[in-house]
Design a binder for this molecule. Sequence first.
Ligand SMILES: [Zn+2]
Ligand SMILES: [Zn+2]
Length: 464
Amino acid sequence: MSFFRALRVYPSPVELIVIYEKTIIEPVFKLIMDLTQLDVKHRIEAYYDFFPPKRMNVSIEVRETTPGQPARQVLVVNKDFAAGEVIYKELPVVTALDADLQTKGTYCSQCLRAIKPELSLQLPKDTSTTAFHLTYCSKACMLASKKQSQSLLFTLDPPLPPEIPSAPPAPVAQEARREAQTKFADYIKKSGKSVPLLVARFIARQVQGETQKLVQATSPSAHPPSTEDDYTDAESRSEKYVLADHLERLRYLEMVPSKEETDLLVSVLRTALPGLEEFITTEKYATLSGKMAYNAFGVSYGGGRNDKPEPTFRPEDVEKTRTPYGTQRQIGSALYTLSSYLTHSCKPSARPSFASGTAEISIIADKDLKKGDVLTIAFVDVTQHTDESVVECRRRRRFELARGWRFSCGCERCVEEGNTMTVEEKANSSDDQKDESKVEDAVKNYARGQAAAAQAEEQGINID
Ligand SMILES: [Zn+2]
Ligand SMILES: [Zn+2]
């Protein structure tokens, strides 16, 4: 049991397994491995018993959404809703203001709330950074931001909580840290992209979660579990599922981020605390970037903005976010664990709303919903513009979907409208189709839960 327990908590289990293999007698080694396998299997399978929490009013189910395509995970409502009702609200895991707004001081960097210019002088100032100056709407947002990521990424604050004893860093190490942070901040400002910042903040939150676990392990009484009604906290509290467990189940786009980008973040982590860079490998950075790109929502409220600078990238490199109001109208991007499971339809049953004037997302029924109905939203603007024909609107949105999420939309509306197209219209749109199917292959479903379920089925195990 001691060997098994040690394996569960040891930071590099593979290394430990190798040692066990060489030192422990075979029957005992086999027993440890069997126990470990059972443990892993149980963890994977139990995930959807805990997530989403009951109060969110939805479940994750596997359904066939497009005829002829493999079934996939969707969100299903657990009770009836009338059109206009809020189905659930969710706080983001990470947010990032659009590049042109990051250091402007007009929006809160943490919750994305608009800041009234006359108030900006009274706002809390974070003086601990030279690399990346952010504005916050409140002290609570400043503290949350520092705790989650800002301290680690863009300040010289100690990377470990005070409960964990560590030697004060040498001045030369601090200088290296400052330099790495400045380079990374410059890159973020210059690149104009949100994904690198979302990824960096996500990793920082993960690091923070791990160090908190360490603190709790060393002095549990010093840190009673928080009673905050926030399910990400609730789950990390149970220590069963952490952010990484949520994220690893999400779909992602295959991406090849620049080596420069990965190296910059690696050096920010390494100079903060040698060893932290182990949180990121080239492959992991690519996957995380792909997850942000596939799942991030565009945050906009009050009709959105119309002063976002026109993108200077090649059209295929422009970041897309899920928003029926248009990425060009958003003030920032945000990633949500549950809402990432929402699937697209050009005739959606729900819509995202940011009625609180922050990055808290509300999912609102667009029509009357019956218990068991699938929740869908529009990832892009699906309204037919006044200067567009039905066919043009169809082509525009399908093109945006293929470009942003690399799938060919098989929703009811696309099929219906496709059936009424003339031969000539069909011929014209066949080029789009080709493009769409080419990219479809690149979309990977990384739902380990599903894979485990399929495997269990193969082995004849009933996991219902
Ligand atoms: Zn705020
Ligand atoms: Zn469609």
